[in-house]
Design a protein around this ligand. Structure first.
Ligand SMILES: NC(=O)c1ccc[n+]([C@@H]2O[C@H](COP(=O)([O-])OP(=O)(O)OC[C@H]3O[C@@H](n4cnc5c(N)ncnc54)[C@H](OP(=O)(O)O)[C@@H]3O)[C@@H](O)[C@H]2O)c1
Length: 313
């Protein structure tokens, strides 16, 4: 029978999101290649992931984003490329973009983003170029005429939600809670597995071609006040609320910079500022900016914030 599913290359398949991307790619019957830097990893988690993916049909290709020859060989074998490398390294995709452009045979590239839309954030002077680097990669892709889909899922649930966006905590608060701004601005939290499943669904979906795919399902969009209310309900206890106005949060962010500890405390507060004060996840209408994953894939049952908070009890 003729093969209809696109052949997919995942870069970063040993990572947290990339592993799920590779699993769903295989589950959805895409011939799946994974570019890996180490074909005999000593790290037990990587070894287990590689063993599992190979067992279920992934084809490992040895290479890296710095090795042009390996990229040329890998790109030749596929129709679609998904990159899932850490945010700090997004500019390392430049060589890959050059190779994709020269190959002329890739029908979709999904760059490493999987977060807040870098063209929409309103905190550009604060973020240590976190978003401008992602935007720079977008402009290179577009200038090269490479077909793309950008995936904007906003926060992973595993980031911030386990401590209810309380900088310095590692578990959700049980006595008092800090609320930044007035607490009414909504942010979006998505489970990384759901992000991976939607990304793979978008591969051969013409509705996502050269578009930004936003994930903003109703059960995943909450303000700080709403999150606290859901949590209070679950623990059956009212928390003491400490409100930190925008100016005070900005002072805290700047104080951390002066102390030369820009990461992670400073970034965590910057992300909180962006989402819960500026409203960078939700201030714009999806229809005028891209396509809505919730509408494209109505059959998906997304893990809700409430489901996730249950796991923290
Ligand atoms: N929205 C959010 O809240 C949020 C949070 C975290 C991450 N993310 C996004 O999720 C995506 C993946 O992040 P992650 O946390 O899953 O990453 P991760 O777990 O750190 O995994 C990164 C993967 O990239 C591979 N890699 C790194 N540099 C490479 C290179 N030069 N050549 C080839 N492979 C390379 C690593 O390979 P090795 O195994 O060889 O090291 C690893 O498999 C990123 O787009 C990130 O922005 C979003």
């Amino acid at each position: 029978m003729e093969e209809v599913e696109s052949r997919v290359l995942i870069i970063g398949a040993m990572g947290r999101l990339g592993y799920h991307l590779a699993k769903f790619s295989l589950e959805y019957c895409h011939p799946t290649f994974i570019l890996i830097r180490d074909s005999s990893p000593t790290d037990p988690e990587r070894a287990q992931k590689l063993h599992f993916l190979s067992t279920v049909g992934a084809i490992p290709l040895k290479g890296s984003l710095e090795d042009e020859k390996s990229l040329v060989e890998a790109v030749k074998q596929v129709d679609v490329i998904i990159c899932s490398i850490p945010s700090k390294q997004v500019l390392d995709q430049k060589l890959l973009i050059k190779v994709i452009k020269e190959s002329g045979c890739i029908k979709k590239f999904i760059p490493s983003e999987f977060g807040v839309d870098p063209d929409k954030v309103q905190i550009s002077v604060l973020d240590h170029q976190f978003y401008s680097r992602k935007a720079e990669i977008r402009r290179l892709i577009e200038a090269a005429g490479i077909p793309y889909t950008y995936i904007c899922c906003n926060f992973f649930m595993s980031y911030l939600l386990p401590w209810l966006a309380q900088p310095g905590l590692k578990t959700p608060p049980r006595d008092k809670v800090t609320i930044f701004g007035d607490g009414n601005t909504k942010a979006v939290f998505m489970k990384d597995v759901d992000v991976a499943a939607c990304t793979i669904s978008a591969i051969d979906d013409p509705r996502t071609l050269n578009k930004t795919l936003y994930l903003r399902p109703p059960g995943n969009v909450y303000s700080m006040n709403e999150l606290v209310a859901i949590w209070e309900n679950k623990i059956d206890k009212k928390l003491e609320k400490i409100y930190v106005p925008e100016e005070e949060l900005l002072k805290k962010i700047k104080a951390c910079e002066i102390a030369e500890t820009p990461y992670p405390d400073n970034m965590e507060m910057i992300f909180i500022y962006s989402a819960f004060v500026k409203g960078d996840h939700t201030y714009f209408d999806i229809k005028s900016s891209g396509v809505d994953g919730t509408q494209l894939y109505p059959h998906f049952k997304f893990t809700t914030v409430s489901d996730y908070l249950d796991t923290l009890l």
